[in-house]
Every structure is written in C-alpha cells, then in structure tokens.
Design a protein around this ligand. Sequence first.
Ligand code: ADP
Ligand code: MG
Length: 734
Amino acid sequence: MPPRAAKPTPLAASSDGATAAARPPGRGPDGRKAPAAGKGAGAKKGAKPGKPAAGKGRDDLFAKLGLTRLEDFALHLPIRYEDETRAYPAGQAPLGAPVVVEGRVADVNVQYRPRRQLVVKLIGSGGREAWLRFLNFYGSQTQQFETARDNGRLVRAFGEVRPGFFGPELVHPRIRVVDDGEALPDRLTPVYPTTAGISQPVLRKRIAVALTALRQAGGFAETLPEAVRADLGLPSLDEALTLLHAPPPEDDFAAQLEELSDRHHPAWRRVQFDELLAQQLCLRRAHAARRAKDSPALTGAPTLTDALLRRLPFALTGAQRRVWDEIAADLAQGHPMQRLLQGDVGSGKTVIGALAALRAIESGYQAAFMAPTEILAEQHYKKLRDWLDPLGIEVLWLTGSLKPKAKREMQARAGTDGQLVVGTHALIQDGVEFARLGVAIVDEQHRFGVAQRLALKQKGGNPHQLMMSATPIPRTLAMTYYADLDVSVIDELPPGRTPIRTKLISDARRDEVIAAVDGACEGGRQAYWVCPLIEESEALQLQTAVDTFEHLKTDLPHRRIGLVHGRLKADEKAAVMAAFAAHELDVLVATTVIEVGVDVPNASLMVIEHAERFGLSQLHQLRGRVGRGAAESACVLLFGHPLSETARARLKVIFENTDGFAIAREDLHLRGPGEFIGHRQSGVPMLRYADLERDTDLVDAARDTAAWLIAHAPTTADAHLLRWLGGRADLLKV
Ligand code: ADP
Ligand code: MG
C-alpha cells in the first residue's frame, strides 16, 4: 500500500480511507469494477476530504450515495472485505496481503530522513519484529504509541505487510490499542462504496443500525414467489444480506474472498435477481403508463413521404426501409412512440428522421427536429431544406443564438402554422409552445441530458419521439438505461462506401502526416485535423487549436486552411463549415465540435491529434466524418508518449474495429456500464449488482417473474419496487 501523501490520519478513525485511496476509485481489490456508487468515491465535490461530516451535512452525503431510507442502507453492499478476524504476531505475518499484525511497542521514533516520519517498532509474541511507518502523523499518534509502550499494551495494526529496510513493515496501518486477550471480530470487515466525508466506520455503523431496525420492524417481507426461489436456489433476502454485510470467515480467506468478489455466491445471486426484477417491473410499469396516454395517430395519406422517397438521389437500403416501416407503424398508433433509432455513423439516419417529420406534416401535425450542437442543427437545417423545399414544405430554424426578434418570430410560427422546426434544444426550452406537435426527432440523442428529455416529455399533446443515436448501445443495455424504449437498428451501410483505413502513428512522425494531408489536397480531397481534447481547460484547448492552425498554415502555405472551435459565434462557425463543405477550404482544423454528424463527402482524410485522450465512441464518431464519399479514406490517429495501458487498449480497439457495435461492446468492457453513457442519462436506476451480460439466466427469470407478479400479485410487485427504487422511482418518468 503506497503511503498517503496528503493529510495526517488520525489514529484508529479513518485510515480505511487510506486503504481505499491506494486503489483507483471504483475498483475492487482485484482491479475489477465496483458497483456504481463507488465511482465517484473520493472525487465528489463539496465534502472536505478527511473531515468527517456530521448531522445534516452527513445526511446530504448519504443522500448523494442514494442512501436515505433504512432499506437503502440495507441494500448498500460491500465492494470487498478485509479480514481482521485473525492476528499474526509481529514478524510472522505473510507479505503482500492486508492482515492484522499484533505486538507490543518496543520503540517509538520520529525520524527526519529522508523526510519527517514516525516509526514504531513492534515485538510479536514470538519475539520477532515489525515496523509501522507513518509519513504524515499527529503528535497525538506519537503519544498514543508511547503510552502503549509505557503500559505494555498490545497493538493491533491492520495493513499490508511489505519487506522494509529493517524487516517487515506496514505503512499507515489502521491501529487499535487493546487489552490482552481482547477478542478479534468474528466476521469479515465489509468495505463499502463511499464518498469523501463518510468514513468506513461511520458507514458500517449506519448500515448495521439500519439492518437491526429493519429486523425489529419485522424483517424483509418475501417478495419472490416460493417456486422462483426454489427454482433458482436463492436464499431469503435477509439471509443474503446478513451474509453479504458480515460474512463469517472461512478457513481459506483468499478463496472466500474470490468467491464473494466473483459474485456467483447464492447470496449475491439473490440480490442480483431482486435488482433485475425491480428493473423489469419498472420497465413494464413505464410501458403500461405510455400505452395509457393519447397521442395523435399519424395516419394521413403518404403524399409527402412518397414524394421524398421518389425525389431522393438514392434508394433506401433494406435496413432503412425496415426501420421506416417500424417507425411508421408506431406513428399510426394512438399512444406515444418512444423509439431509439440506432445506426452506425453514416448509416443514413437523417433521412429516416425526415420521413418521420413528413409523416406528421402529411397527417396535419407539426414536427420538431433537434440536434445537440448548432453546427449539426445547421447542417440538418440545410439538408432538410434541400429535400423539403421542392415539396413545398417550409423549414423553420430556431436556436439559442438567434436574435430576440427572429426568435420570437419563430416561436410564434411554432405556436401557429409552422410545419417543421429545426434547431438545438432551444426548441424545447425557452418557452416554445407548439400548436400541434406530432413528432419530435432528437438526433444524437445521447448528447441530450435528462432535463432536456424531461422538457420534451412535458410538451403538451404527448408527441411521438424518435431518438437517433450513432453511439450504439447493445440491446440489453438500452433496456437498462431507458425506462421504456423500443429500438430499431440500421445494420447496413449505404452501398458504395469504401472502408476507412486507420493508422496509428506516433507524434514523432508528424511531418509525414502533414505530407499526407498535402497529398490528399493535391488529389482534390479535403482533410480534417482534430486538435487534442484538453478536458481540464477549454482555454488551453482553444489555444492548442489556434497554434495548430498557425503551424499548418506555415507548413502548407499553398493550402486553404480553416479553423473551427466552440468559442466562435454561431454564424462564424456556420460560415467556416459552409466554406469547407463548398470546398473553399482544403483543410479544416477543428476541436471536437465537429464530432457529431458533420457530413462532407469530399473529405477523405482525418487526423486526430493525441488520439489517446479521446474516448472510444468519440474516436469512432470522429473517424466517421470521413469515408462518406466514394474516395478511399484514411484516419490517422496520432498518439503521444508515454501511452498508458488503457490508452493503448483503446487505440487498439479502434484500430482493429470499424463496426460501431463492436466498438461499443469493447468500450463497455473497458469502462464498465456506469460510465458508458453516464449516470445522468439513465432512465432506470443503474444496476449496481447485476450484470445483464453475465447474469442472463437471472434476466430471463426476472422477466417472467415480473409478468407473473404484475398479473397475480400487484401489491407484492409494488412492495418490491418500493424496496429497490424507493425515492428514485421518479427517474422513471424521464
Ligand atoms: P448518420 O446515420 O450518421 O446520421 P447520415 O444520415 O448523415 O448518416 O447519412 C450519411 C450520408 O449517406 C448522407 O450523405 C446521406 O445523404 C447518405 N445516404 C443516406 N441513405 C443513403 C442510401 N440509402 N444510399 C446512399 N446514400 C445514402
Ligand atoms: Mg447523423
């Protein structure tokens, strides 16, 4: 365990914090991903690390962990365990694993080399020695050891034993001074996901109190049908929780730990099943609620949709035709469609959105078409105008950056005779009231937050919703993230695309890359140059983009080079994008503002600087900006040194895969579902314990059980939902 640098650790209290800090947040002892709540551990704002919160402040911190009711505490389960049930005499403990080392203080020393530290020598019952080392310490700690030494008391130190300079040593162990013969705990010590300001002892105590209170109030009423429990061999919830919160030690601790952290133990399976059942119940309830709402049935004669299909310069692919049939059938129903259209980058989702809009218009309703950025919204606006002008449909434009007068005018049109409004989320916010909104189309849906989705939902008249996303979410995952969503997939690219070649090139070979850009331009093609993502500082990111732009201008003086970044005004951005699309620019230097949706078929080369800083889906999206025309396209991923292991793994994935679904799956493996979309996107509370891919047998059983409970025991279904979701059930409405 590496020493903790920051603050002195008070004795006895929270050196658990130090144990947890030795490991990346959210990871279990073996580096495996921990349940969602562990994710932000130690990194949360607001709480002062190391300073235990009290009273109201502490309740707020608990609430942040999702812990408000007794049940929440009871269902907050350990990420791992420590074994304090056996103690080794000093000098006789095994190396490398955290254990309790016991001995009497022989020596207390404050040393100053190489830096100030407290070193304590313990002598074990066998006469051998071990050293405790504290790199940050309080005077009271020194005193405590001196008193223990003077009174000959026994010290128990918990920590990882490592070979030190003098012999075995523990750095920043957790300390207890005890009487001779004081019993050791008879259960393993649970380590919970927590957040800064809440120490393990505090959390442990609250959880123990909650469990006792719940048992005194009658325990956990069984919500599973007996037959299901018997079939799956599941213990009762009480048995499962008792075991998971405080497992009695087995002889082989390592094997026991492995069994528990594998999560195949029947106790874990019970918890996983319960959680999956709650999810299934929640999906069914949301579905029923949606079916109970009235929406306009879009059943007009297909005059406009047919006209667009006839006029398009291409025929729909088979996959596009299939998803359009699914969507049109939904739109004809009298309750709101809520459908996610997934299709890889370049698979042709926009035209499907256009068809949905026309379906509303030809049925006498309005349509709204939204994109997450102005650049993308603008591009849709232009494309839709190209397609719909000839059909006599006026396309309106509404974004946050419009002048107040123009905005008011557009809002007025939306409230009256406007047929199709394209824009950013300003469309659903800023007091726009549609007169007869039939369908809302949301492009790059994953970029919109819950607040925006809620705003859309709260629009009057229950418009149908078509959400489009190129971040492919595996079907099972989609189910986890959205309360109730149908999914259509375009699993085929339009014909005539040439595959994109991906190259991984070290930063050191930048000159060759610049030459390649020049070559592409020479051949009449265009190139993107994407500047590195600098998450900490937008200003720095902007500066880098400007620098790159200047350098490229110097290196390629005969090429027309443009620059686009997030700080430009909307019309400036639009002007640069338009110039690039019209081939008035050869090279476009850009920050990630071009990430989504931008469509310039003549661009055949994409250079991404410091590709290792980007996420997988981002890289895939960026790469998808090329390979949109017939020309052979390439994507160059420039990487800096040194590459971390995860960065290397990410780049390997993007190098080896072109299929967005495969990439999403790998992404999921590398990052874990919690970070895949982000908690706030979640419509259904995240699964904390179950894993849809690992626990497929439980998923199936949970689905059947949910159907059965709703039909035969609705009050039990309610009780189960309440237990597992409690206050979070309001999330379902999003
Ligand atoms: P995405 O799914 O990434 O949003 P787009 O809708 O931008 O993809 O489509 C990518 C490009 O493919 C556009 O230029 C679009 O006009 C074109 N396209 C769409 N469908 C077809 C098709 N069936 N045949 C040929 N080209 C198509
Ligand atoms: Mg698109």
